[in-house]
Design a binder for this molecule. Structure first.
Ligand code: BJW
Ligand code: ZN
Length: 242
């Protein structure tokens, strides 16, 4: 039986689709995930590196981690999963709520993307309100702001709040969708992992695409135990047939 056969008839009339994505959707592009066997960089636990304490302890080290990841991201391409989501805009109202900072959804052509955890090409001052896009790598790290304090990647670390305007919008679109597809995220990090709850309150259909079980798998209407680059094109093909 085909992957989405069970809900095919329900899906035909869907208007508003929200994707909640995480590191797993970029895995097939060659971007490492955070947990599991990928969760180490130079023998550091990446969960410890993604904290404000790690940054203040060793800003140079954390900058090196982001520089290396930025170089990797610039060298890879969106995969069939990202592309399928972008193509779906032809057939439905699509919003992407991503925890990823890699920009690959936008590169694939998605026009409505909310970056919940910031972006690898943005920087901000650790003290003042200065924010900017990164145009080239800094010759010295950590780079300094005009105010004299250190600049940091404009991403959200543990213990920090998500950008409030982005999070407000994310909650609203999650609460208004008819179908939510949760792809490539372990759903262990809050508040992003509460987005399916808002969708469920709106009686949306919930589909999870992940080769592994998550804590919320049992809440889903359908679980596809496959990779996003395989499952998402198949999902989108149903809309093309109609
Ligand atoms: C595939 C696949 C394929 C593989 N196809 N699938 C105790 C103390 C302090 C805080 C807390 C606490 N308890 C809870 C908190 C809150 C905390 C939290 O949730 N912690 C938990 C870990 C316990 N959250 C926060 O602190 C957040 N802020 C907040 O809550 O503010 C309020 C507050 C303020 C002050 C104090 C306390 C609260 C902020 C969270 C920020 C997370 N930041 C990071 C780094 C971003 C920048 C960067 O990228 O470097 O975000 S951490 C990292 O985790 C990153 C990710 O976006 C995020 C989620 O990970 P994701 O994407 O799910 O990846 P993985 O690796 O976990 O999973 C990959 C999945 O893909 C797996 O399931 C695979 O099976 C699957 N997969 N291949 C499909 N081909
Ligand atoms: Zn500054």
């Amino acid at each position: 039986m085909k992957m989405f056969e069970l809900i095919k008839d329900q899906i035909k009339d869907i208007k508003k689709i929200v994707f909640v994505t995480g590191a797993g959707i970029s895995q097939e592009s060659g971007v490492p995930t955070f947990r599991g066997k990928d969760g180490l960089w130079r023998n550091y636990d990446v969960m410890k590196l993604a904290t404000i304490d790690a940054f203040y302890d060793n800003p140079k080290l954390v900058w090196e981690w982001y520089n290396e990841r930025r170089n990797n991201v610039f060298g890879v391409k969106p995969n069939l999963g990202h592309k399928a989501i972008a193509e779906l805009e032809k057939y439905a109202n699509v919003m992407v709520l991503t925890q990823n900072i890699d920009g690959l959804h936008q590169k694939a052509g998605s026009t409505e993307v909310l970056e919940l955890h910031g972006s690898i090409v943005k920087i901000k001052c650790s003290v003042c309100d200065f924010k900017d896009q990164m145009t080239a790598e800094f010759s010295e790290i950590p780079p300094l702001c005009k105010c004299g304090n250190i600049l940091r990647p404009d991403v959200v670390w543990f213990g920090e709040s998500l950008p409030q305007d982005v999070w407000q919008k994310a909650m609203i679109v999650a609460g208004q969708c008819d179908l939510m597809i949760i792809a490539g995220t372990s759903l262990v990090v809050s508040p992003a992992n509460t987005l399916p709850i808002y969708a469920k309150q709106n009686n949306a259909i919930l589909i999870e695409i992940n080769p592994e079980n998550t804590d919320m798998s049992s809440e889903m209407d359908l679980v596809i135990r496959n990779t996003s680059a395989i499952a998402l094109p198949e999902f989108v093909s149903m809309f093309k047939e109609n």
